[in-house]
Design a binder for this molecule. Sequence first.
Ligand code: ATP
Ligand code: MG
Length: 389
Amino acid sequence: MKSFFLIRYGEISLKGANQNLFLDKLKANIKTQLKGKKTVITGRIGRFYLSCESEYHEDVVAVLKQVPGIVAFSPAIRVEKDKDKILEAAMKYAERYDVKSQGKLFKAEVRRIDKSFEPRSYDMACALGGVFLDKYPDLKVDVRCPDWTINLEIREEAYLYAYNIPGIGGLPVGCAGRGMLLLSGGIDSPVAGYLMARRGLHVDAIYFHTHPFTSEKSLDKVKALAKILSRYVPRLKLHVVPFTELQVKIKQEAPPDETTLLSRAVMMWIADRIAKAEKGLCLITGESLSQVASQTPESLRFTGSTTDLPILRPLIGLDKQQIIAIANQIQTYETSIQPHPDCCTLFAPAHPVIRPKMEPLQESLDKLQINELVIQTIKKTDKQMAAEL
Ligand code: ATP
Ligand code: MG
């Protein structure tokens, strides 16, 4: 037996001439996330249809809930445009998806896009409602405030569905180009990556690892976060930068109150080079205004001065509770709060500068003379597909 889904894509339908590009991306992203499971995706105007063997039903539901660009979807039945066949299919649907578990009050709604179909919408809705009432005598029709609705759409074929499962909305990953997410093990950066993926960016991630000051467990945690993000971003890559030598040099040679800002600026510098090598158009961070000393406007000016790429900071105006709510929703929170510190915590000065001036920091950065070390560090960076971690 086959499973069949009707997929609605929302914001893409507002796109003009480019709409096909967006739709091709969305279709390709669904296919990638369902790799190895045979599915057929058809349809264009206003929705997609996906059919697959019913053994993949739950996998398809899990994927469609997480693919950016999908506003909602419904398990459905596709049937020939014939009244009796439709009524028979409606009963099959009712049994398979246990519609009455949604409540006693229901209504039938019919849309005839194909106006040549007989009977007309009202009569067909009555017939449809009638077969449900015959089969399940405790159901009642309530057209104003039903617990559930059996929908029938008459198009090139007839489609029946009673459930609407929400997707995450947004735009298909990849239609806005590529971005590089600075992914630490914290709560914020995975949320930032998710939000930008939902606006159509293909996100890759970069992590600055300061082994042995940060343990293998810290790296495992970042890998786990990258893997969770890859549910939303097909083919997300994780770059792991061996950052210890640079971090130690900064710690030993720079003024103590400047070390966090200097190491963040060096991270941006390296992220810039790796992003550009990967055709990235922007950097993404989990920074939120005033959250810590390195996230004041003055600090952000300096830490962003080592790249000419736009730095997207989708959390800039959110407070921690809002960020945590999204982290819970995207299932990164439990991993993020595992107690494995990252380098920022371990190397953080007791009294960081909060309102830094550009010139002294720039001087400190120049004095370190780390151009060659940065190039060598980039060469030693490791790259992996997050889904395979
Ligand atoms: P998060 O929860 O994302 O760790 P945070 O509140 O701990 O954020 P900071 O430690 O100041 O904030 O880091 C700010 C941003 O800098 C992070 O959101 C992330 O984008 C980037 N960042 C910090 N440390 C690293 C790291 N080791 N590797 C990659 N990116 C990092
Ligand atoms: Mg952090």
